[in-house]
Design a protein around this ligand. Structure first.
Ligand SMILES: [Zn+2]
Length: 316
């Protein structure tokens, strides 16, 4: 059963979210919901040429709470049914963030933030501790590159008062997501503080909106992958002829690379999302290279070999 997948509360955090109650996350060992190596405690180091991609989980999302999260057009509860049959409980997915340290320190995705959502179904709060573990603080981040604007990828953009938390960073994202979520105000009320911070940063000239594939920092290329959201972006990290692809939520779980019919209920445009999955499956099959999604179990990377996914590298 390899169909561990994503986070349904994407952009769907309930009004009862407790923003800021966990502004100072407790040490993981004392965390009320505990930590486990596949979610809250998941970290990884992935060599890319002579550089190293760091991965870390801000927290987790409990899959069994959302019966219709991931499935096929014929069976929208397919994932849930599989989980129930497998006896896996609780089935949790990490909330992945990635750091590409270098001349410019680039953080790809910003977690769920210091809060609990969906009555405990989603919990963040661990990004600062993981960054510290790797020797970084928020002030060291030069670029925050967002795959998209759902709540579990933007949580640490702002404190509960709407003040930007990355004081020295430029935020980069696909323009279509800005138009869809910020201009059209489709972020949930519980993410109003994130919207406020993004608008503030834009007024300060600290938001870069991207329309096409472009290099955003040394060794980091944004490439379009619409479907999950209109301006969803993937990031290609390149060094010394080696590369790794960050899927964001274009692919929630490795199973979707071989079963491209599986779609997340949070996909804004499921048809485009499937097209994006298949395009990157072909691309990886032809060109090789490692890849990992924000919610892959244990944040483990892998590669596509002859149409099959093989989890390969990414040391914990
Ligand atoms: Zn997500």
């Amino acid at each position: 059963m390899n169909r561990h997948a994503g986070d349904a509360r994407d952009g769907d955090s309930s009004e009862s979210d407790h923003v800021g109650q966990h502004a100072h996350p407790q040490p993981l060992a004392h965390h009320p919901l505990g930590g486990d190596p596949f979610t809250t405690l998941a970290t990884m180091r992935l060599p890319v040429g002579t550089r190293t991609l760091l991965g870390m989980s801000d927290g987790f999302f409990s899959l069994e709470t959302v019966p219709r999260f991931l499935g096929t057009p014929d069976n929208p509860t397919a994932l849930h049914d599989d989980l129930v049959a497998s006896g896996i409980s609780p089935a949790r997915m990490p909330i992945g963030c990635f750091l590409w340290p270098g001349e410019k320190n680039v953080l790809i995705d910003a977690g769920y933030g210091p809060r609990i959502g969906g009555s405990g179904a989603m919990i963040g709060g661990q990004l600062p501790a993981h960054l510290r573990h790797f020797g970084f603080s928020f002030d060291d981040i030069d670029v925050v590159a967002l795959s998209h604007l759902h709540a579990d990828h933007t949580g640490w953009i702002a404190d509960q008062h709407g003040e930007p938390l990355f004081r020295n960073a430029q935020v980069v994202l696909g323009r279509a997501d800005w138009d869809y979520f910020v201009v059209s105000d489709r972020l949930k009320a519980s993410a109003a503080h994130v919207r406020q911070a993004l608008v503030t940063m834009a007024e300060q000239g600290r938001v870069t909106l991207v329309d096409e594939d472009v290099t955003i920092a040394p060794g980091v290329r944004l490439v379009g992958g619409p479907g999950h959201t209109p301006g969803h972006s993937l990031y290609v990290l390149e060094a010394d002829g080696d590369r790794a692809i960050l899927f964001g939520d274009a692919i929630y779980c490795p199973a979707q690379l071989t079963d491209t019919d599986w779609a997340a209920s949070s996909d804004v445009d499921p048809v485009a999302a499937k097209r994006t999955r298949e395009a990157y499956l072909r691309e990886l099959d032809q060109n090789g290279g490692l890849a990992v999604g924000c919610h892959f179990p244990g944040l483990r990377a892998g590669r596509v070999l002859s149409g099959a996914w093989q989890s390969e590298r990414g040391q914990q």
